[in-house]
Design a protein around this ligand. Structure first.
Ligand code: NBX
Length: 855
């Protein structure tokens, strides 16, 4: 008992108020202090870059305060915690988001303006942290925002890559990758934790021994040890005092040093050897939706999972008198795709080998703690690891996987008898010349719930990927093991930060900004659909956003667009055959030919279009890279044709990333989400575009289906085969029974003739390759796997409907308002509530308002 405790507390609060008050003066003092004492720059004159860094540190101070208090609250309340395990977090810039969520953006703006700096300008100084590839990584980042906002005790765990996703430059129309060394100017948002480290072992061997009770036990020894060091990234919630954490691990050399080598005079070699450890967290693998069986990737997966599970179990055990039986009521994990699935055998190893639980008990607990989200049904993306690689790198885990598999198959046999084929589909092992470990099967067997990310996708997960498991668990009394949780996006970043004009419009017409936390309130806008004032404001906001993007394009691509008179048609996403950027290219060429054939008078009656395409190709994905080159060449031909360039332009926007997206998305009139039905699990940018007043040209795939359900079919330009039809179309195509329309034939012929090759022989042969692959559909070989030829005519029709509606501007604007107002479902707040209730079973853990009154 400290009799002076109250006085001390009082003193601390006074200090805190001095340092961290939300008033303009306190903010300025915080910034200037960091200029002088953190950056060691002079407070009498500092550059904008220094101002950015000092401002970032001053905001971090505030984040640390709410972060510490939130943690203390979670611990005191002993709430159930959930851990979101992901190899990727595509965070985007932090500064504006932090100010918005801490509710101090206006005062920071004033504080900075008063000392001669512009806040918006500072935002541009932040290097976009890009520790992810695409949708999966960005989803994890939107989820964190909603988890904090909903007051759930969730932490994210991942890897602090030294290099994020590469920077894409376009040189002579081709993608060139540059390393993204984002830490070059140290990251002011993270908190380094040299005291939070865990040892992670690789290779070595497994000994068996008998413990004092005579039980057979395993001991994994030898091999190499690296240390995982924690870096914390506070994630503030919106309109709450809660701040959660994203803990990222960096690989460091082990604590022990090889003194023998030192004595042998090999000191420098020993140091060099140690430095290799850092290689593990050096670089993000740049593939999306394809799997690459590299040993280093498996090392990354185990590295972060091993540190994470140790960290989480340590936190669980910290409370005195815990029984392991409590574990499932206090801890759960969400696996973001199969990438962290090695966590399942790792949990078994820790519980059995380290904590001494028996196998069945450990398995019972493990199975209750894990859940798995599937993000794709594409076969090339399903992770498999050669069993011999796992045996070499993680010998103890292979033994545990064997146990898990054996016991599981015994259970199935007990229920179903010896159903050979079914058993071999359910086995973790894929038999063959090289035995493979199927991570998805392990994730299903080791999880409590398995979910897909949109309604149609979750059905395909059950029907095409895991039908045997669905039947089995139904028979075992777990009919709800497979569930759907449709994705979302956070409206704080994707409306309020990205499109302040629209955000202000929403708040003005709805009477408050409560829609930012309860997005279904947007529906209230529909009452004003006929208001010409609303329509005018809506059109103005869109115009301003198009002007902003036009400037960006002038700066980055040196191409002039006409934001007043052109329809902005945008397709931005990773370049992949299944996403069909190629059918978009085909249509652009077709539109160009149509314009060419028209009289100048007829051309003047057409809707003017700017076709904007952007996205990265995986560096090893040759076809995707050729598609980028084709887009660029189409741009060169169209933009320089004096007959048509006024009416149709094509631009490839380089280096699509989160911060560019915040400029690009609000500027769209239409956006394209045109994957072959059944291939895009959900898509999330489709949601962002519609929320920002753009309309969708799309297929009945992924979340498009649900957007249509919510917004109405009159708000979307839908085309193409439906998912159940696709297999039949492919089959017909195989038999040569596959018409190609005259319009598409003309486009393909032009490409093959070299019209878009611009005298570049290499490009030409690549383009011919693209076309031949699609056309070569006789003789039992179907190259048009993504059925472009089948869907092209209906795609053209959808585009004609776009033009027709755009000519009727009043109707266009009303449709756009109606669609945006109907997007309430697609906030991650709704997704995360569903995870919280159905999968994690978490309670609300809102920290009470801090009482700053001196006692
Ligand atoms: O996940 C994406 C899907 O393609 C989208 O349809 C979906 O909306 C999104 C969120 O659920 N998947 C994705 O982005 N995958 C990857 O980036 C990926 C990265 C590495 C890897 C496999 C896939 N080895």
């Amino acid at each position: 008992f400290d009799p002076n405790a109250d006085a001390k507390r009082n003193k601390i609060w006074q200090l805190m108020e001095y340092y961290l008050g939300p008033d303009v003066g306190s903010i300025q003092r915080g910034i200037v202090n960091h200029v002088e004492y953190t950056l060691a720059a002079t407070r009498f004159s500092f550059a904008t870059e220094e101002c950015y860094r000092a401002t970032a540190f001053s905001i971090r101070d505030r984040l640390i305060e709410t972060f510490n208090d939130t943690n203390e609250f979670f611990t005191a309340k002993d709430v159930k915690r959930c851990y979101y395990l992901s190899l990727e977090f595509l965070l985007g810039r932090a500064m504006q988001n932090a100010l918005v969520n801490l509710d101090i953006e206006p005062n920071y703006k004033k504080a900075l303006a008063d000392i001669g700096y512009n806040l918006e300008e500072l935002y541009e100084h932040e290097h976009d942290p890009a520790l992810g590839n695409g949708g999966l990584g960005r989803l994890a980042a939107c989820f964190l925002d909603s988890m904090a906002t909903l007051n759930y005790a969730v932490w994210g765990y991942g890897i602090r890559y030294t290099y994020g996703i590469f920077e894409q430059k376009i040189v002579e129309g081709r993608q060139v990758e540059h390393p993204d060394y984002w830490l070059v100017t140290a990251n002011p948002w993270e908190i380094e934790r040299p005291d939070v480290t865990y040892a992670v072992r690789f290779y070595g061997h497994v000994d068996t021994y008998k413990d004092d009770k005579g039980r057979e036990r395993h001991r994994w020894t030898g091999g190499e040890i690296v240390q995982a060091m924690a870096y914390d990234n506070p994630i503030p919630g919106f309109d709450t005092y809660n701040t959660i954490n994203l803990r990222l691990w960096k690989a460091c050399p082990g604590k022990e040093f090889d003194f023998h080598a030192f004595n042998r005079g090999q000191f420098l070699d020993a140091v060099k050897e140690r430095q290799r450890a850092e290689y593990i967290s050096a670089v993000l693998y740049p593939n999306d939706n394809t799997w690459e069986g590299k040993e280093l990737r498996l090392k990354q997966q185990y590295f972060f999972v091993c540190a994470t599970i140790q960290d989480c179990l340590r936190r669980f055990k910290k409370k005195e008198g815990r029984s392991w039986d409590e574990l499932p009521s206090k801890v759960c994990f969400q696996l973001n795709d199969t990438h962290p699935t090695i966590a399942i055998p790792e949990m078994m190893r820790l519980l059995i080998d380290i904590e001494g639980l028996d196998w069945d008990k450990a398995w019972d607990l493990t199975r209750q703690c894990f859940n798995y989200t599937n993000h794709t049904v594409l076969p090339e993306a399903l992770e498999k690891w050669p069993a011999h690689l796992i045996e070499k790198l993680l010998p103890r885990h292979l033994l545990l996987i064997n146990d898990i598999n054996y016991k599981f198959l015994c259970e199935v046999r007990e229920s179903w008898g010896d159903v050979g084929e079914k058993l071999s589909k359910m086995s973790i092992y894929q038999e063959g010349y090289e035995k493979m470990i199927r991570m998805a099967n392990m994730a299903v067997i080791g999880s409590n719930k398995v979910n897909g990310v949109a309604a149609i996708h979750s059905e395909l997960v059950k029907k095409d990927l895991f039908p045997e498991f669905v039947d089995y668990y139904k028979a075992k009394g777990q009919p709800d093991k497979f569930v759907n949780v449709t994705n979302g996006v956070t409206p704080r970043r994707w409306i309020h930060c990205a499109n302040r004009g629209l955000s202000n419009l929403f708040s003005e017409w709805l009477g408050s900004d409560s829609w930012l936390k309860e997005l279904t309130m947007l529906q209230g806008l529909v009452n004003h659909l006929d208001s010409t004032e609303l329509q005018k404001q809506w059109a103005d906001v869109k115009k301003q956003n198009k002007v902003k993007l036009t400037k960006w394009i002038k700066l980055n691509c040196d191409i002039d667009l006409d934001p007043e008179n052109m329809l902005f048609d945008i397709q931005v996403k990773r370049i992949h055959e299944y996403k069909r950027q190629l059918i978009n290219c085909f249509y652009i060429i077709h539109r160009y030919f149509k314009l060419k054939k028209m009289s100048p008078g007829d051309r003047d009656k057409q809707v003017k279009r700017a076709c904007l395409i952007g996205g990265k190709a995986a560096p090893g994905y040759a076809v995707a890279k050729t598609i980028i080159k084709l887009c660029n060449n189409i741009g060169l031909v169209l933009n320089n044709d004096p007959d048509t360039s006024k009416y149709l332009k094509c631009v490839f926007m380089p280096n699509y990333n989160v911060s560019n997206a915040q400029t690009i998305i609000p500027a769209s009139d239409i956006s394209q989400h045109i994957s072959t039905a059944g291939t895009e699990a959900s898509g999330t940018s489709n949601m962002k575009f519609v929320m920002n007043g753009g309309l969708i040209v799309g297929t009945m795939d992924g979340a498009n289906v649900e957007i249509r359900e919510e917004c109405g079919e009159d708000t979307m330009f839908i085309f193409g085969a439906l998912e159940p039809e696709v297999a039949g179309i492919r089959e017909k195509a195989k038999n040569g029974n596959y018409p190609i329309s005259a319009e598409l034939r003309e486009v393909m012929d032009a490409i093959v003739s070299g019209k878009f090759s611009l005298g570049d022989g290499e490009a030409h042969s690549e383009f011919v390759g693209l076309i031949e692959k699609i056309r070569n559909n006789g003789g039992g070989y179907n190259g048009d796997f993504y059925i472009l030829c089948h869907d092209f005519p209906s795609y053209c029709k959808a585009n004609e409907q776009v033009d027709a509606l755009y000519k009727d501007q009043t109707n266009w604007i009303k449709t756009s308002i109606k669609a945006a107002a109907s997007m309430g479902k697609f906030t991650t707040d709704r997704s995360i509530k569903e995870y919280g209730q159905i999968i994690w079973k978490l309670e609300d853990a809102e920290r009470p308002a801090p009482d700053q009154s001196p006692m």
